[in-house]
Design a protein around this ligand. Structure first.
Ligand code: FES
Length: 202
Protein backbone atom coordinates (compact mmCIF):
# COMPACT_ATOMS: atom_id res chain seq x y z
CA UNK A 1 0.00 0.00 0.00
CA UNK A 2 1.28 3.48 -0.75
CA UNK A 3 0.37 6.76 0.87
CA UNK A 4 0.32 10.28 -0.48
CA UNK A 5 3.23 12.34 0.85
CA UNK A 6 2.49 15.61 2.63
CA UNK A 7 3.80 18.77 1.04
CA UNK A 8 7.04 19.89 2.71
CA UNK A 9 7.38 23.47 3.86
CA UNK A 10 10.49 25.65 3.82
CA UNK A 11 10.36 25.73 7.63
CA UNK A 12 10.39 21.94 7.79
CA UNK A 13 13.35 21.78 5.44
CA UNK A 14 15.18 24.35 7.52
CA UNK A 15 14.44 22.40 10.71
CA UNK A 16 15.87 19.24 9.14
CA UNK A 17 19.05 21.05 8.22
CA UNK A 18 19.38 22.42 11.76
CA UNK A 19 18.74 19.03 13.30
CA UNK A 20 21.15 17.18 11.07
CA UNK A 21 23.82 19.83 11.55
CA UNK A 22 23.66 19.22 15.30
CA UNK A 23 24.00 15.46 15.04
CA UNK A 24 27.24 13.78 16.01
CA UNK A 25 29.25 12.62 13.06
CA UNK A 26 30.03 8.97 13.47
CA UNK A 27 31.07 7.84 10.04
CA UNK A 28 32.25 9.29 6.80
CA UNK A 29 28.97 8.20 5.27
CA UNK A 30 26.97 10.11 7.89
CA UNK A 31 29.15 13.14 7.36
CA UNK A 32 28.62 12.99 3.65
CA UNK A 33 24.88 12.82 4.12
CA UNK A 34 24.92 15.76 6.45
CA UNK A 35 27.03 17.85 4.12
CA UNK A 36 24.78 16.98 1.23
CA UNK A 37 21.70 17.89 3.21
CA UNK A 38 23.12 21.12 4.57
CA UNK A 39 24.32 22.05 1.12
CA UNK A 40 20.88 21.35 -0.30
CA UNK A 41 19.23 23.33 2.48
CA UNK A 42 21.43 26.35 2.00
CA UNK A 43 20.61 26.64 -1.65
CA UNK A 44 16.85 26.33 -1.21
CA UNK A 45 15.32 29.42 -2.70
CA UNK A 46 18.51 30.61 -4.32
CA UNK A 47 18.24 32.03 -7.80
CA UNK A 48 20.34 29.17 -9.13
CA UNK A 49 18.01 26.49 -7.84
CA UNK A 50 14.82 28.36 -8.54
CA UNK A 51 16.00 28.85 -12.09
CA UNK A 52 16.48 25.09 -12.35
CA UNK A 53 20.12 25.44 -13.36
CA UNK A 54 21.26 22.63 -11.08
CA UNK A 55 18.58 20.15 -12.05
CA UNK A 56 18.98 17.54 -14.75
CA UNK A 57 16.10 15.20 -15.32
CA UNK A 58 16.39 12.10 -13.15
CA UNK A 59 19.98 12.80 -12.26
CA UNK A 60 20.12 16.21 -10.70
CA UNK A 61 20.64 18.10 -7.53
CA UNK A 62 17.53 19.12 -5.68
CA UNK A 63 16.75 20.42 -2.20
CA UNK A 64 15.82 17.83 0.43
CA UNK A 65 12.24 16.67 0.01
CA UNK A 66 10.09 15.35 2.86
CA UNK A 67 8.20 12.36 1.50
CA UNK A 68 6.35 11.16 4.62
CA UNK A 69 5.74 12.25 8.21
CA UNK A 70 5.93 8.58 9.19
CA UNK A 71 6.62 5.37 7.29
CA UNK A 72 5.70 2.15 9.13
CA UNK A 73 7.57 -1.10 8.54
CA UNK A 74 6.53 -2.85 5.36
CA UNK A 75 4.97 0.31 3.93
CA UNK A 76 5.96 2.30 0.86
CA UNK A 77 5.35 5.87 -0.21
CA UNK A 78 5.60 7.24 -3.74
CA UNK A 79 6.86 10.69 -4.61
CA UNK A 80 8.65 12.58 -7.36
CA UNK A 81 12.37 13.36 -6.93
CA UNK A 82 14.64 15.06 -7.87
CA UNK A 83 12.32 16.54 -10.51
CA UNK A 84 8.56 16.73 -10.62
CA UNK A 85 8.45 14.02 -13.29
CA UNK A 86 10.98 11.68 -11.68
CA UNK A 87 8.91 8.90 -10.12
CA UNK A 88 10.35 7.38 -6.97
CA UNK A 89 9.44 5.26 -3.96
CA UNK A 90 10.65 4.91 -0.40
CA UNK A 91 10.15 1.66 1.52
CA UNK A 92 10.68 0.88 5.20
CA UNK A 93 11.99 -2.66 5.32
CA UNK A 94 11.16 -5.12 8.06
CA UNK A 95 14.41 -4.34 9.90
CA UNK A 96 13.43 -0.67 10.11
CA UNK A 97 15.82 0.66 7.49
CA UNK A 98 14.50 2.94 4.76
CA UNK A 99 15.47 2.52 1.12
CA UNK A 100 14.57 4.64 -1.89
CA UNK A 101 14.52 3.95 -5.62
CA UNK A 102 13.50 5.39 -8.92
CA UNK A 103 10.36 3.52 -10.00
CA UNK A 104 11.17 3.81 -13.70
CA UNK A 105 11.96 0.26 -14.83
CA UNK A 106 15.44 -0.10 -16.32
CA UNK A 107 14.03 -2.31 -19.10
CA UNK A 108 11.54 -0.15 -21.02
CA UNK A 109 10.64 2.47 -18.44
CA UNK A 110 7.33 1.10 -17.17
CA UNK A 111 6.28 2.01 -13.64
CA UNK A 112 7.59 -0.32 -10.93
CA UNK A 113 5.19 -1.36 -8.14
CA UNK A 114 5.64 -2.40 -4.51
CA UNK A 115 4.60 -5.97 -3.65
CA UNK A 116 4.73 -6.14 0.11
CA UNK A 117 3.67 -9.76 0.47
CA UNK A 118 6.41 -11.25 -1.71
CA UNK A 119 9.23 -12.94 0.18
CA UNK A 120 10.56 -11.85 3.54
CA UNK A 121 10.94 -8.19 2.61
CA UNK A 122 8.59 -7.67 -0.31
CA UNK A 123 9.81 -6.85 -3.80
CA UNK A 124 9.63 -4.25 -6.53
CA UNK A 125 7.73 -5.56 -9.52
CA UNK A 126 7.37 -4.34 -13.07
CA UNK A 127 4.11 -5.66 -14.61
CA UNK A 128 5.10 -4.94 -18.22
CA UNK A 129 7.47 -7.90 -18.63
CA UNK A 130 7.57 -9.47 -15.15
CA UNK A 131 10.70 -7.70 -14.04
CA UNK A 132 11.52 -8.05 -10.34
CA UNK A 133 13.96 -6.07 -8.20
CA UNK A 134 15.21 -6.65 -4.65
CA UNK A 135 13.58 -4.30 -2.16
CA UNK A 136 16.81 -4.15 -0.15
CA UNK A 137 19.29 -3.48 -2.95
CA UNK A 138 17.36 -2.64 -6.11
CA UNK A 139 19.21 -5.43 -7.91
CA UNK A 140 17.39 -7.37 -10.63
CA UNK A 141 16.17 -10.73 -9.31
CA UNK A 142 14.01 -11.83 -12.26
CA UNK A 143 12.92 -10.85 -15.74
CA UNK A 144 14.48 -8.73 -18.48
CA UNK A 145 15.62 -5.51 -16.75
CA UNK A 146 19.33 -5.10 -17.56
CA UNK A 147 20.33 -2.95 -14.59
CA UNK A 148 19.39 -2.30 -10.94
CA UNK A 149 16.96 0.45 -10.06
CA UNK A 150 18.73 3.78 -9.43
CA UNK A 151 18.74 4.68 -5.77
CA UNK A 152 17.23 7.69 -4.08
CA UNK A 153 19.17 8.52 -0.91
CA UNK A 154 16.83 8.67 2.08
CA UNK A 155 17.33 9.94 5.62
CA UNK A 156 15.03 10.06 8.63
CA UNK A 157 14.78 12.94 11.11
CA UNK A 158 14.20 12.80 14.86
CA UNK A 159 10.46 13.07 14.45
CA UNK A 160 10.45 10.03 12.18
CA UNK A 161 9.81 11.96 8.98
CA UNK A 162 11.47 10.54 5.88
CA UNK A 163 13.35 12.76 3.43
CA UNK A 164 14.94 12.29 0.02
CA UNK A 165 18.29 14.09 -0.16
CA UNK A 166 19.98 12.84 -3.32
CA UNK A 167 20.15 10.25 -6.07
CA UNK A 168 22.54 7.64 -7.41
CA UNK A 169 22.70 6.17 -10.88
CA UNK A 170 21.91 2.53 -11.58
CA UNK A 171 24.65 0.42 -10.03
CA UNK A 172 26.20 3.39 -8.24
CA UNK A 173 26.42 3.50 -4.43
CA UNK A 174 24.55 6.20 -2.52
CA UNK A 175 27.86 7.66 -1.40
CA UNK A 176 29.20 7.81 -4.96
CA UNK A 177 26.01 9.47 -6.15
CA UNK A 178 26.13 12.11 -3.44
CA UNK A 179 29.81 12.76 -4.09
CA UNK A 180 29.21 13.17 -7.80
CA UNK A 181 26.44 15.69 -7.17
CA UNK A 182 28.44 17.54 -4.55
CA UNK A 183 31.45 17.69 -6.84
CA UNK A 184 29.24 19.27 -9.50
CA UNK A 185 27.67 21.87 -7.25
CA UNK A 186 30.25 22.52 -4.53
CA UNK A 187 33.70 20.96 -5.03
CA UNK A 188 34.98 22.41 -1.74
CA UNK A 189 32.23 20.71 0.26
CA UNK A 190 32.83 17.52 -1.70
CA UNK A 191 36.48 17.53 -0.69
CA UNK A 192 35.63 18.25 2.97
CA UNK A 193 33.23 15.32 2.91
CA UNK A 194 36.04 13.01 1.82
CA UNK A 195 34.77 12.47 -1.72
CA UNK A 196 37.45 10.95 -3.91
CA UNK A 197 39.49 9.68 -0.99
CA UNK A 198 41.05 6.31 -1.56
CA UNK A 199 42.32 5.65 1.96
CA UNK A 200 39.23 3.60 2.81
CA UNK A 201 38.27 5.89 5.70
CA UNK A 202 34.66 5.66 6.68
S1 FES B 1 9.53 -2.45 -18.78
FE1 FES B 1 9.87 -3.38 -16.84
S2 FES B 1 10.24 -5.44 -17.30
FE2 FES B 1 9.97 -4.50 -19.21
Amino acid sequence: MTTTPPAPTPAEQEALVDRISADSLTTRRDYLRIVATVSGGLVVGSTVVSAGVLHRHGDGTAPPLKVADRLPKGQAVTFNYPGEHDRAMAIRLTDGSVVGYSTVCTHLACGVLWRKQRGAEGELYCPCHEGVFSARTGEVTAGPPPRPLPRVVMVEDEQGAVWAIGTARSGETEEAGLCRQLADTDPVLAERAGCGRTDGAS
